[in-house]
Design a protein around this ligand. Structure first.
Ligand code: TYM
Length: 343
C-alpha cells in the first residue's frame, strides 16, 4: 500500500527571514496547500543547536509562524506548529541516532560550514541536526518535502535513514503487521525558478540570514522603500541582459536577479528574458523593484499585524501542535513496538 501523500517542511526561527526562504520554501508551502495535506513547522529545537537568547527565540518562533500565515498558509485547513511542542520529534530522533551512521553524518557539508574551524567546540546537537530533521519528517510519515536547494543533502540522509530502518527492522515490521516499507522515502520538492537565491552583493554567495550585510538580502520584514532600494543597489555587471538562458552563464548576479524575477512572478526565466533581454539593467531593476514591492510588502504588513497579537499566534501553534501530536503518537507507538521498547 503506498503511503498517503503528506507534505512536511520546517523553517528555523533564527531571525531575518529573507527572500531566499520565501522563494525556496514558504511560497512553495502556499502553492502545495490546494493539492495536499500540509504540515509546516517552526523548528525551534533546530535553532538551539547554536546559542539563542530565550526571549528572542520566543519572538522569532512567533515571527516565522506569522510569516507562514501572512504568505497565505491556511492554519485551519493545514497544520502550523512549533517543533518542541511535539515530543515525538526528539523521541524519534534518538532512535534514528542509533540507525544513522557516523560516516553518513561526517559527509554533511552544512555541518562543516556551520561548525567552521572550531569544530571541537560545536554542539553535539549541531552535528546530529540532520537526524532530527529526518525525525521531523518521518514522525508523520510525510512523503513530500518542499525545500530550497541547500537542504538537498539533508533530505538524502532522511531517505537513507528511512531505508535503513525499514531494512534493519524488516522482520519486526512484518511481525507487527505493518507494510514492509514502514517509513516512506520522503521526496524533496526543490521546485520553482529560485531554489537557490544568491546574495544581492555577491552572486557567488547564498542569500543568508547570517550575512553581516543587510543589503545582501531582502528581509520579509522590509518595508516598500527598503525593498526598492535594495533591488536598485543590487550588484550587476555592465552588459545588457541576454535574450537567452545561455547568456546568463558566468554572470551570477544577472542570473540571480532573473531567477528572482521569475520566482516572484511565477513565470519561467526564459519568459523573463524574452521580455527584458537586450535591455539595460536599470529598466529591469525598476520592474523588479515594483514586482518585489507588490509581492513582499503586503506580507510584511500582514506579519506586523499578526505579531501585534501574540496570543493569537500562540493559539494557532497550540492547536497545530495538538493535531500534529495526534499523528506523531501513533508513529512513536508503532516504532516502539517495532524496535522492542515496552510501552
Ligand atoms: P532554514 O531555516 O535555513 O531555511 C528555511 C527554508 O528556506 C530555504 N532557503 C533558501 N532557498 C533558496 N535560496 C536561499 N538562499 C535559501 N536559504 C534558505 C531552505 O532550503 C529551507 O527550505 N534544516 C532546515 C529546516 C528544517 C527542515 C526540517 C526542512 C528542519 N527540519 C524538515 C524540511 C523538513 C533549515 O535549516 O532551513
Amino acid at each position: 500500500m503506498p503511503h498517503r501523500p503528506l507534505v512536511f517542511s520546517g523553517v528555523q526561527p533564527t531571525g531575518n527571514l529573507h527572500l531566499g526562504n520565501y522563494l525556496g520554501a514558504i511560497q512553495r508551502f502556499v502553492a502545495l496547500q490546494d493539492s495536499h495535506d500540509c504540515m509546516y513547522c517552526v523548528v525551534d529545537l533546530h535553532a538551539i543547536t547554536v546559542p539563542q537568547d530565550p526571549a528572542e527565540l520566543r519572538r522569532t518562533t512567533r515571527e516565522v509562524a506569522a510569516a507562514f500565515m501572512a504568505a497565505g498558509v491556511d492554519a485551519t485547513k493545514h497544520i502550523i506548529f512549533n517543533q518542541s511542542r511535539v515530543s515525538g520529534h526528539a523521541e524519534l530522533a534518538w532512535i534514528f541516532n542509533c540507525v544513522a551512521r557516523l560516516g553518513w553524518l561526517n559527509r554533511m557539508t552544512q555541518f562543516k560550514e556551520k561548525a567552521g574551524k572550531d569544530r571541537e567546540n560545536a554542539s553535539v546537537g549541531l552535528y546530529a541536526y540532520p537526524v532530527l530533521m529526518a525525525a521531523d519528517i518521518l514522525v508523520y510519515r510525510a512523503t513530500h518535502v518542499p525545500v530550497g536547494d541547500d537542504q538537498k543533502q539533508h533530505l538524502e540522509l532522511a531517505r537513507d535513514i528511512a531505508q535503513k530502518f525499514n531494512l534493519d527492522f524488516g522482520a519486526s515490521i512484518a511481525a507487527q503487521g505493518h507494510v514492509e516499507h514502514f517509513f516512506p522515502l520522503p521526496e524533496p520538492l526543490i521546485q520553482g525558478a529560485a531554489t537557490r537565491v544568491m546574495s544581492l552583493r555577491e552572486g557567488a554567495k547564498k542569500m543568508s540570514k547570517s550575512d553581516p550585510s543587510d543589503n545582501s538580502r531582502i528581509n520579509l520584514t522590509d518595508d516598500a522603500d527598503t525593498i526598492a532600494l535594495k533591488v536598485r543597489r543590487a550588484k550587476t555587471d555592465p552588459d545588457a541582459l541576454p535574450s537567452e538562458l545561455e547568456g546568463l552563464e558566468g554572470r551570477p548576479e544577472a542570473a540571480n536577479l532573473v531567477g528572482i524575477f521569475a520566482g516572484l512572478s511565477g513565470r519561467s526565466r526564459e519568459a523573463v528574458l524574452g521580455e527584458f533581454g537586450g535591455g539595460q539593467f536599470s529598466g529591469f531593476k525598476a520592474a523588479l523593484a515594483d514586482l518585489a514591492v507588490s509581492k513582499l510588502a503586503p506580507i510584511a504588513g500582514e506579519m506586523k499585524r499578526l505579531q501585534a497579537d501574540p496570543g493569537h499566534i500562540d493559539a494557532v501553534l497550540k492547536d497545530g501542535g495538538e493535531r500534529a501530536s495526534a499523528i506523531a503518537v501513533e508513529t512513536i507507538a508503532a516504532v516502539k513496538d517495532i524496535v522492542g521498547l515496552l510501552r
